[in-house]
Design a protein around this ligand. Structure first.
Ligand SMILES: Nc1ncnc2c1ncn2[C@@H]1O[C@H](COP(=O)(O)OP(=O)(O)O)[C@@H](O)[C@H]1O
Ligand SMILES: [Mg+2]
Length: 305
């Protein structure tokens, strides 16, 4: 029998949710290791929020099972070790950030001094200390999102579940949140993150699942999902047809406004290609790998039937 700490942070088997005739999520099986950042990625309506709500015990699955922190979903004790940032939240406008945090900290039941320390730490972690006593009404959307993140961090959770944590943030705010998430991971906290922002997920997550219309269509590390990358872009000059002759052995060759492209060649062949160019007495300005981003891969996957 595995102990609670040997269990993964999240383990779900064939989790599914139907609302009438709408299948919000079908057959979600996943495992999130402790101390990792897991990105759940998909377009609006793909089923991300439904997944999170089932994992938190807020929505009852139509079928399937899940365990979170070694306990069945909805377990009250495990719930105390989970921080949650819901997707759509609004705090009362007349409260200050400190008051919002104090309210949530009181729900966690910490003692007075511990609670004050916890609130100060959460404020600092999300960069709201200088505005802690201003009313929520005076906050930008991004600041409200930071406050939500602060609430999720109260009480030093073992697992933090964030539903679209950066959608209202500007690039600098997103950068701060990524740094914050990396800091959490360093301390051994597990992060489960829903997002439709691909670069966010790509930059910070250890593992990723891509969900489309309620189904996981790809999962693994970023490299697993991207698969083997191919293609080189070449800028070089030589006399006459010698460039084309030198590159012909490396497969299909195209040219766009002076840049040569070998779309199918493996990146590992770069040294051979440079050698061939030099042997043809070409002046080589650049030989660069063509790298598909997660966003491009996602669009490929999302648009295939
Ligand atoms: N309470 C509900 N009742 C009926 N349909 C729902 C409900 N919640 C979500 N859905 C539907 O389930 C699908 C997935 O929604 P959701 O999990 O919110 O997606 P995402 O978070 O990826 O945008 C959508 O088609 C949505 O309309
Ligand atoms: Mg959602």
């Amino acid at each position: 029998m595995p102990t609670a700490s040997a269990s993964p942070a999240i383990g779900a088997v064939a989790l599914a949710k139907r609302y009438g005739t709408v299948t919000a999520l079908s057959d979600l099986t996943l495992r999130v290791e402790r101390g990792s950042i897991f990105g759940f990625l998909g377009a609006n309506g793909a089923g991300k929020t439904t997944a999170v709500k089932m994992l938190l015990g807020l929505v009852r699955p139509t079928s399937g099972t899940a365990q979170v922190l070694g306990a069945p979903v909805g377990d009250r004790e495990a719930r105390r070790s989970i921080g949650y940032l819901p997707e759509l939240f609004r705090y009362p406008e007349w409260l200050s950030a400190r008051e919002v945090l104090a309210f949530h900290a009181s729900l966690l039941g910490a003692s007075g001094t511990q609670r004050a320390r916890d609130i100060d730490r959460a404020l600092a972690a999300v960069g709201l200390s200088p505005r802690a006593d201003d009313r929520v009404a005076t906050y930008s959307k991004g600041m409200q999102q930071r406050l939500g993140l602060g609430v999720a961090l109260l009480g030093n959770p073992t697992l933090v579940v964030l539903d679209e944590p950066t959608s209202a943030l500007d690039p600098l705010g997103r950068y701060d949140v990524r740094a914050l998430l990396a800091g959490l991971r360093e301390r051994g906290t597990t992060v489960f993150l829903n997002s439709h922002l691909l670069t966010e997920v790509e930059l910070v997550c250890d593992r990723i699942a891509i969900v489309k219309s309620g189904r996981v269509i790809a999962s693994g590390t970023r490299e697993d999902i991207l698969g083997e990358q191919r293609g080189l872009r070449i800028r070089a000059q030589a006399d006459g047809a010698s460039l084309h002759a030198a590159l012909a052995p490396f497969g299909h060759l195209t040219e766009h406004s002076g840049v040569l492209v070998l779309p199918d060649v493996a990146h590992e062949r770069t040294p051979e290609i440079v050698a061939a160019l030099v042997a043809a007495r070409a002046r080589v300005y650049a030989v660069e790998p063509i790298v598909q981003t997660l966003e491009e891969r996602f669009i490929d996957l999302a648009s295939s039937p």
